[in-house]
Design a protein around this ligand. Structure first.
Ligand SMILES: C[S@@+](CC[C@H](N)C(=O)[O-])C[C@H]1O[C@@H](n2cnc3c(N)ncnc32)[C@H](O)[C@@H]1O
Length: 265
């Protein structure tokens, strides 16, 4: 049973946190190449109406705007402080919007994308059902989210111990489901979407953006890791040095993509 009450960004991963912009930037640098490889494959029409939910820094929205110069691209987030100012945005707009409660009109988008957002939502399947209604008939839902199975099998004891404690802390505080994306494309099939597909990629830590993302995530969880999971200050320091060390590499969170189309009535 999920007894947690804290919401994403209220305390943990708050956009007001000093390192959060850098953490979002590291994530975008690690994942944007994977996202754009898929988007190139779908080739949204140049007049497509696109929505990027929980857009963070807006890097995917900016990429969509380049794909769809005659369309409309909307980036949403509950906290919009890390988006570039209007003068620096080319062809995309920002809306403060909470996917759990706020609406868009039925059928108003040809492509809806969300990356590493739904796993963090309580009631994620109900929220997804609402989001599908925002798609036009024939429109594409393209979801990307994470799961933890590669962390669980790490051969490195300290990396495995701290990484597992990190995901457990996030789960306990936010209700994040680190196994939901492992079921892709089932949540899309359950909503009646067609032309389904799924792909999984596992990013590596070590020198590079995913190592930086994982170190910065651990930093935000320091108190939980120490007080709830019994990880010492020395182990935390060793972990921080390890995950960005050029001679270290191991697998991090898995990155699952899934896509499907809203059928015509
Ligand atoms: C892990 S970050 C991912 C950011 C971006 N999608 C990316 O992959 O680079 C999760 C983002 O989802 C946003 N978010 C979380 N819950 C949300 C909600 N209920 N509605 C809209 N955005 C939400 C957060 O504020 C944050 O920017």
């Amino acid at each position: 049973m999920d007894t947690t009450t804290e919401r994403y960004g209220e305390l943990l991963f708050s956009h007001a946190h000093e390192g959060e912009g850098e953490r979002l930037d590291a994530l975008a640098r690690a994942l944007d190449p994977l996202t754009f490889r898929q988007l190139d494959r779908f080739g949204p029409a140049d007049d497509a109406r696109c929505l990027d939910i929980g857009s963070g820094l807006g890097t995917v929205a900016a990429g969509l705007a380049a794909h769809c110069p005659r369309g409309r691209v909307v980036a949403t987030d509950t906290d919009i402080r890390h988006f570039p100012p209007p003068a620096e945005r080319r062809g995309w707009e920002v809306v403060r919007h909470d996917l759990a409660v706020d609406e868009f009109p039925e059928g108003s988008f040809d492509l809806i994308h969300a990356r590493w957002v739904f796993s963090h939502q309580r009631g994620r399947d109900a929220a997804l059902a609402r989001v599908v209604r925002w798609l036009a008939p024939g429109g594409l839902l393209f979801l990307e989210d994470m799961s933890r199975f590669a962390l669980d099998s790490s051969p490195h004891p300290l990396y495995r111990k701290v990484s597992r404690a990190m995901t457990e802390s996030v789960r306990l505080r936010l209700g994040t489901d680190f196994a939901w994306a492992r079921t892709f494309p089932q949540p899309l099939r359950a909503l009646g979407l067609t032309d389904l597909g799924a792909e999984v990629t596992v990013s590596a830590v070590g020198a590079g953006p995913m190592g930086r993302f994982w170190r910065l995530t651990a930093e935000q969880l320091t108190r939980d890791l120490r007080d709830v999971h019994g990880i010492s200050e020395g182990q935390l320091a060793e972990f921080a040095a390890l995950v960005e060390h050029p001679d270290f590499s191991d697998l991090c969170l898995s990155h699952h993509a899934a896509w499907g189309r809203r059928p015509h009535p």
